[in-house]
Design a protein around this ligand. Structure first.
Ligand code: TYD
Ligand code: MG
Length: 456
């Protein structure tokens, strides 16, 4: 029987309910309500600070007053510094999310070692691994000599007490889901605990001007497990993602109060930990053979950086009644749109064909500029032709079948030229010396070009 003062918290969105239910009314998730029975109502423990004295007034200041730019901590891990917006901002709180085993602990240990070698006071607190385990990993990574202080601790109070006397410049908490505050009875990892612990740590970061990096695990569907509330509290949210079977790892900023959010950092997991990949295009195209039907090089942008990647399509007769549409690394809704445009505007029929689309290397593309490359790969596979050798493709396709110009055309072509590509199929008006651009105004023109190659 539930106690009358207990309540139920959705582990997905944090909504509080007075009664248990199978489905959370707030976010629609099933089976996420967990009973909690704290001594005081939720949210008051962490925020129950000293009451403001009577008559204390709000201090208002001018928006335009001079404020010195914070001196950022440049770690020297260039890929991470760029994603963070040009180094870590002192006093900021950063959430690093990612699937278990993707390499968060490895990345942050390497980061702390680099910072400590530059005389920053760096503390790494692990709630998941014992000290000996972290030491062993550091040794394997060749970082054992770095002056990083290490602790294995899960009690929030012990951590805060320790930090107060140590006065670090940067702290890693690995992970926020293992911490617990003795002011709550809820189990570690529940929304209430995670929220309370994150709130205290964010407050500590601001007050002591210390950069606090929180590690958070992500659920299968890509949410930072349970505590989406934490995303709102921190200054920056970085996702570390990649396919476990590939060695590439991508660090992506999804929120950043101190920099752009579309930057990515590319790393490669090796036996000596994570290595930086300053030129991702050559990595993503590694091993690609020119002249394969259905393989197209897409000239994309990731943040400020042009990145070339390979899009592969396979169109084959459907073995069963309903044709299959399988997509890896791109949006399946967008694929349906491109197929509809090809069928309705260009007279290419896929009714009884299976279609498989894959972005090689485990990269996830979410730019509309990939439309034309996807269409080219599908049509080329259907016609069994290969694109002109050394060519890249980009452009957005509208529902009317027009090919729209996309941003940063010159940067895309320059990257292509740098990697030895000499031709491009792109929206009209794209141009660059040394690259022959075949401008296409409509998807139909693309199909006609490929049909001409097929000799139809
Ligand atoms: P880890 O940093 O523990 O992941 P997370 O903290 O995100 O759970 O990374 C663990 C994986 O990385 C593990 O599968 C082994 C692999 N790995 C390497 O391939 N090389 C290395 O040098 C290290 C330290 C880990
Ligand atoms: Mg870990």
């Amino acid at each position: 029987m539930a106690r009358s003062d207990s309540f139920y918290v959705c582990q997905s969105c944090g909504a509080v309910h007075s009664k248990w239910a199978g489905k959370c009314d707030a976010c629609g998730e099933w089976n996420t309500l967990v009973e909690e029975a704290p001594a005081a109502p939720l949210g008051t423990q962490a925020t129950a600070r000293k009451p403001r004295g009577r008559g204390s007034k709000l201090d208002l200041v001018d928006l335009g007053a001079d404020t010195p730019e914070p001196q950022r901590l440049i770690s020297g891990v260039t890929e991470l510094d760029r994603v963070a917006g040009g180094g870590l901002v002192p006093g900021s709180a950063i959430l690093v999310g990612g699937d278990p085993g993707i390499g968060k602990s490895t990345l942050l240990l390497q980061l702390m070692a680099r910072l400590a070698q530059q005389d920053a006071r760096a503390i790494y607190i692990s709630g998941e691994e014992a000290v000996a385990q972290v030491r062993r990993r550091a040794k394997r990574l060749g970082l054992a000599e770095a002056p990083v202080s290490l602790a294995a601790e899960t009690s929030l109070n012990a951590i805060l007490d320790g930090l107060k006397s140590e006065k670090p410049d940067v702290v890693v908490i690995d992970s926020i889901q293992t911490l617990w505050s003795d002011q709550l009875t809820a189990a570690p990892g529940t929304v209430a605990q995670v929220r309370a612990c994150a709130q205290e740590l964010v407050r500590y970061a601001k007050k002591r001007n210390c950069t606090v990096i929180l590690v958070g695990h992500v659920t299968k569907d890509g949410q930072i497990a349970g505590p989406r509330v934490v995303e709102h509290m921190v200054d920056a949210v970085l996702y570390f993602e990649g396919e476990r079977s590939h060695q590439f790892r991508i660090l992506r900023a999804v929120k950043n109060r101190f920099g752009p959010t579309d930057e990515i950092g590319v790393f490669e997991m090796g036996d000596k930990g994570l290595g930086e990949v300053p030129n991702p295009s050559s990595l993503f195209l590694d091993g690609r053979e020119d002249g394969t039907a259905g393989s197209v090089v897409f000239a994309g942008m990731e943040g400020t950086r042009p990145v070339l990647s390979e899009i592969q399509a396979l169109v084959a007769p459907a073995a069963f009644g309903t044709p299959r549409r399988a997509v890896v690394g791109w949006d399946s809704g967008r694929l349906a749109m491109v197929l509809a445009v090809l069928e309705a505007r260009c007279g290419v029929a896929f009714g009884n064909q299976d279609i498989f689309l894959n972005v090689a290397g485990g990269l996830k593309i979410n730019e509309p500029a990939a439309d034309l490359a996807v269409a080219a790969a599908i049509v080329a596979s259907a016609l069994d032709v290969s694109l002109p050798s050394k060519s890249v493709v980009y452009g957005e396709i509208s529902l009317s079948g027009d090919v729209r110009p996309v941003g940063r055309s010159e940067a895309r072509l320059k990257e292509a030229a740098k990697l030895g590509f000499t031709r491009a199929i792109a929206p009209r008006a794209s141009e660059l010396d040394h690259v022959r651009v075949d401008g296409v105004a409509t998807a139909l023109e693309l199909v006609q070009t490929l049909r001409a190659i097929a000799g139809e």
